[in-house]
Design a protein around this ligand. Structure first.
Ligand SMILES: Nc1ncnc2c1ncn2[C@@H]1O[C@H](COP(=O)(O)OP(=O)(O)O)[C@@H](O)[C@H]1O
Ligand SMILES: [Mg+2]
Length: 238
C-alpha cells in the first residue's frame, strides 16, 4: 500500500510536501474550518480561492503551523506538526517556510536590503554575506534601486517585491502568501504575481497562494476552493 487517499483530496505520494486532512477550527461560535483538506506537491503552485470569511486565511495559518486546528492533521514531509514542540515548529517555519502577507509587514526601521537580509541574519549568516545575497534577491525582483530606502519611502508594489525577496532569500521549501497583491492596483499586482510565481518556480519552492481574484488563480497549477470552511478541489488548470 503506497498511497493513502485523503478526505476528498488528491492521493498522498512521495511527491507530497504538505498535506492537511479533516481540519476543523472554531473561534467561539464561528466555525472557520469544517473538515478542510489540501495536498501540496513539491514545486506546485496551489491557489486557495473563495469568498471573504470562508476560511482561507485560517487554512493557510494551520498549514504553516501558525494556528493549531481543533482537530485534524497537518503533515509536512510526513511529519505531523502537532507532534513538534513549539520550538521545533518555530525552527521549521524559519528554516523551511517563507511568508508573504497582504501588507508586506516589513520592519519600518530597517532599509529594504536589511529587511531581506533579516531572515538570514536570524539564522546566523554574517551581515556582509546576508546583505550581498539580499541585494541579489532585490535585483531578481527588479527593485535593486530601492535597496537602501526604508519601506515607508517606497511604493506598495515595490514593498511587496521586497516582501517576496524576503520570503525566498532563505530558499524555503514552501512559500505561504495571503492575498499578496490584494492592496495593489491591478498593474503592479500583476507584476508582483508574475515575479512571485516565476521565482518560486525557478527555486523549486511550492507556493500556497490565497486570493479571491480569479485572474491570479490563472498563475497556479491547481485551485482549491474554500466555502464555509470546506474545501473543494477543482480540475487541473492548464
Ligand atoms: N482570530 C479570530 N477570532 C475570531 N474569529 C476569527 C478569527 N480568525 C478568523 N475568524 C473567523 O473565521 C472565519 C474565517 O476567517 P478567515 O479564515 O480569515 O477567512 P478568509 O481568509 O477566507 O476571509 C470568519 O468568519 C472570521 O470572522
Ligand atoms: Mg483572509
Amino acid at each position: 500500500m503506497s498511497a493513502t487517499a485523503l478526505d476528498g483530496d488528491q492521493p498522498t505520494t512521495s511527491d507530497t510536501l504538505l498535506s492537511a486532512m479533516d481540519l476543523r477550527k472554531s473561534f467561539g461560535h464561528t466555525t472557520a474550518l469544517d473538515r478542510a483538506g489540501i495536498t501540496v506537491a513539491r514545486g506546485e503552485i496551489v491557489a486557495i480561492m473563495g469568498p471573504s470569511g470562508s476560511g482561507k486565511s485560517t487554512l493557510l495559518h494551520c498549514l504553516a503551523g501558525l494556528v493549531t486546528p481543533d482537530s485534524g492533521t497537518v503533515l509536512f514531509e510526513g511529519q505531523d506538526l502537532a507532534d513538534l514542540s513549539d520550538r521545533a515548529r518555530s525552527a521549521l517555519r524559519r528554516g523551511e517556510f517563507g511568508f508573504i502577507f497582504q501588507f508586506g509587514q516589513l520592519v519600518p526601521e530597517l532599509s529594504c536590503v536589511e529587511n531581506v537580509a533579516l531572515p538570514l541574519r536570524l539564522a546566523g549568516t554574517r551581515r556582509r554575506v546576508a546583505e550581498a545575497r539580499a541585494r541579489e534577491w532585490l535585483a531578481r525582483l527588479e527593485v535593486e534601486q530601492i535597496a537602501d530606502k526604508r519601506p515607508g519611502d517606497v511604493s506598495g508594489g515595490q514593498g511587496q517585491r521586497v516582501a517576496v525577496a524576503r520570503a525566498l532569500v532563505t530558499a524555503p521549501k514552501v512559500v505561504f502568501a495571503d492575498e499578496p497583491t490584494g492592496a495593489l492596483d491591478s498593474f503592479s499586482g500583476e507584476q508582483v504575481m508574475r515575479l512571485l510565481v516565476d521565482t518560486a518556480k525557478q527555486t523549486g519552492a511550492s507556493l500556497v497562494l490565497v486570493t479571491h481574484e480569479a485572474r491570479v488563480a490563472a498563475y497556479s497549477d491547481r485551485e482549491v476552493v474554500v466555502r464555509d470552511g470546506r474545501t473543494r478541489q477543482r480540475a487541473e488548470v492548464s
